[in-house]
Design a protein around this ligand. Structure first.
Ligand SMILES: C[S@@+](CC[C@H](N)C(=O)[O-])C[C@H]1O[C@@H](n2cnc3c(N)ncnc32)[C@H](O)[C@@H]1O
Length: 259
């Protein structure tokens, strides 16, 4: 999805997007950012792809300086308006910027956070973005990321098959149906791409990609967890519903730029 498509979503963001900041059972990101406690009031943080600025108040309350970037002009306008309405004296710097070009910030931040904003389907651009994020951190800086999980779609498919088999349906038929569900034009399981239609194609990540792709850029000390969605929210987003099973998830991870 390019910046113009995100522009169109900004005015009605929460009816279009499932958000780990609002729709999850729990989100370790908040506690982990608080673990920096004692130090956080001295630290600078950049939010990469801030959208309508949902996370900004939390960051402002906990960090010395906050920079929030997004490549969509409309997202940044909404974020500024929402933040002004909340806090007239906000000190956050909002900028329209693409994560693939952050050269002006080299070595400037202690912490960077990206919540479901590394979604480009262009692999070369994704690698460039990760390299840029590495460069803008100070040595010893920390990166916090939430990204969509690709495993979730395979997981849903397995649950779908099991549910049908448990109802006594014929295995051949069930597998044929299942193959149409995942190996459907909406999913590219090799590249980890999902096409929601209306030009809304985005990247989802396998767990192994996290260490591979971010490790190649120089990050180390990975800690990877699941951020579980509420099944009800998942269903509202048009996905399959298996409320008795473990919920679907995004990947959440932290890693460091070595000192
Ligand atoms: C799903 S929204 C998430 C917004 C916000 N992080 C949140 O969780 O509420 C993705 C955001 O990332 C932004 N984005 C996507 N690719 C970007 C890029 N290359 N550079 C900067 N922002 C980008 C989009 O414009 C959009 O606002």
């Amino acid at each position: 999805m390019d910046e113009l498509r995100w522009d169109t979503i900004s005015s009605d963001y929460y009816s279009e997007v499932l958000s780990p900041l609002k729709d999850c059972k729990h989100n370790p990101l908040f506690d982990d950012l608080k673990i920096l406690k004692g130090k956080e009031n001295e630290l600078s943080i950049i939010e990469l792809g801030c959208g309508v600025g949902e996370l900004v108040p939390f960051l402002e309350d906990n960090f010395k300086s906050v920079t929030a970037i997004d490549f969509s002009q409309e997202m940044i306008t909404s974020a500024i308006d929402r933040n002004k309405a909340r806090n007239d004296e906000s000190s956050t710097t909002f900028l329209v910027k693409d994560m693939a070009n952050l050269s002006e910030f080299e070595g400037k931040f202690d912490v960077a956070v990206a919540v479901n904003s590394m979604l480009t389907t262009d692999i070369m651009k994704l690698h460039l973005m990760i390299k840029e994020v590495f460069k803008i951190l100070k040595p010893g800086g920390k990166l916090f990321v939430i990204i969509p999980s690709m495993e979730v779609y395979i997981y849903q498919n397995m649950l779908f098959v099991d549910q049908k088999l448990n109802k006594g349906q014929m295995q051949d038929k069930v597998l044929e149906q299942a193959s149409k569900t995942l190996v459907y034009s909406s999913y590219d399981a090799f590249q980890g791409l999902i096409d929601f239609g209306h030009e809304d194609k985005q990247k989802a990540f396998y767990r192994f990609e996290i260490v591979y792709r971010f490790g190649k850029a120089g990050f180390s000390n990975f800690n990877i967890e699941m951020v579980p969605y509420r099944w009800t929210k998942w269903k509202q987003a048009g996905q399959k519903y298996f409320p008795k099973e473990e919920p679907p998830w995004d990947w959440y991870f932290t890693c460091d730029k070595p000192v």
